[in-house]
Design a protein around this ligand. Structure first.
Ligand SMILES: [Zn+2]
Length: 274
């Protein structure tokens, strides 16, 4: 069965106060997320896949909703969600529109983090593979979708910026940068389990937290890490301190949010005014 849905902009039914959890804001663009009703809650929770990745399903007002993360490199136009529910397979079509992200030019003095040498390149390739595995993690717990801002500070680099580093085009910005003094406490955005802590070439001292259902967050450039791999954490817990480890122009928190393996705009998970 194939069904097509039209995405309403500013979908208001999801802003309802009758749910225990706040929902992220829908934005049907590359780097955004799309919320799609997939089954009645009287049925067992269906399985849903987008671009081969399992998608998180959350209950809301008698329905199961799929929260589909759209990668920054997705092409605007028709997209498909595969749903398996009560022994039936269904393809749901939806559309995403174009979004133009701004360009940011940065200058960095540390030559090796801009044009890594051979030894660093081998390390970077390994770490990219590791990070890809981490963000594709899917655990069965219901996703904790209500986030708090992990650090107080000024927004210094929006999600999706097309970056030009010392004149060279780099990957678009996969997170949100929040500038704050070194040593400022960084808080866990939502409850979950720490699945990785370590030091990476670009990200510096980093923590990954699994919030369930393929929803993860990542905190980079920390000067100190205060949690351990495998630890369960609660929203607001002290995770570490702001720093400038790895490739950073100054002390700030780089905060990324991943849904079904795709980096999506963290701002969509924050309530207005947060
Ligand atoms: Zn950043």
């Amino acid at each position: 069965m194939v069904r097509a849905i039209t995405i309403l902009t500013g979908l208001t039914l999801l802003a309802c106060a009758c749910t225990t959890q706040a929902f992220p804001t829908q934005q049907a663009v590359p780097g955004g997320l799309v919320i799609i009703p997939v089954a009645k809650q009287s049925q067992a929770a269906p399985l849903a896949y987008y671009a081969g990745q399992r998608v998180t399903i959350v209950p809301h007002q008698g329905e199961w909703l799929a929260l589909v993360g759209i990668p920054l490199d997705a092409k605007p136009g028709p997209q498909q969600l595969e749903v398996a529910s009560a022994g039936q397979q269904e393809t749901i079509s939806f559309a995403i529109s174009h979004k133009s992200y701004r360009t940011q030019r940065l200058r960095l003095a540390d030559h090796n983090t801009v044009e890594p040498d051979e030894a660093s390149s081998a390390r970077i390739i390994q770490e990219l593979a590791l990070q890809k595995r981490l963000v594709r993690q899917f655990s069965e717990q219901e996703a904790q979708t209500e986030f708090i801002r992990p650090v107080a500070g000024r927004d210094s680099g929006r999600f999706g910026l097309r970056r030009i580093l010392n004149g060279h085009q780099r990957q678009p910005h996969s997170g949100m940068d929040i500038a704050a003094a070194s040593g400022t406490p960084v808080r866990v955005a939502a409850s979950g389990r720490v699945i990785y802590t370590g030091t990476l070439f670009f990200s510096g001292q980093v923590v990954y937290v699994d919030h369930g259902g393929g929803l993860l967050s990542m905190y980079a450039h920390l000067s100190q890490i205060h949690v351990q791999q495998g630890e369960m954490v609660t929203q607001g817990d002290l995770l570490g301190l702001v720093g400038k480890t790895g490739r950073a122009t100054g002390p700030h928190l780089h905060w990324s949010v991943y849904l079904n393996g795709a980096a999506v705009n963290p701002a969509l998970f924050l309530q207005k005014g947060n």
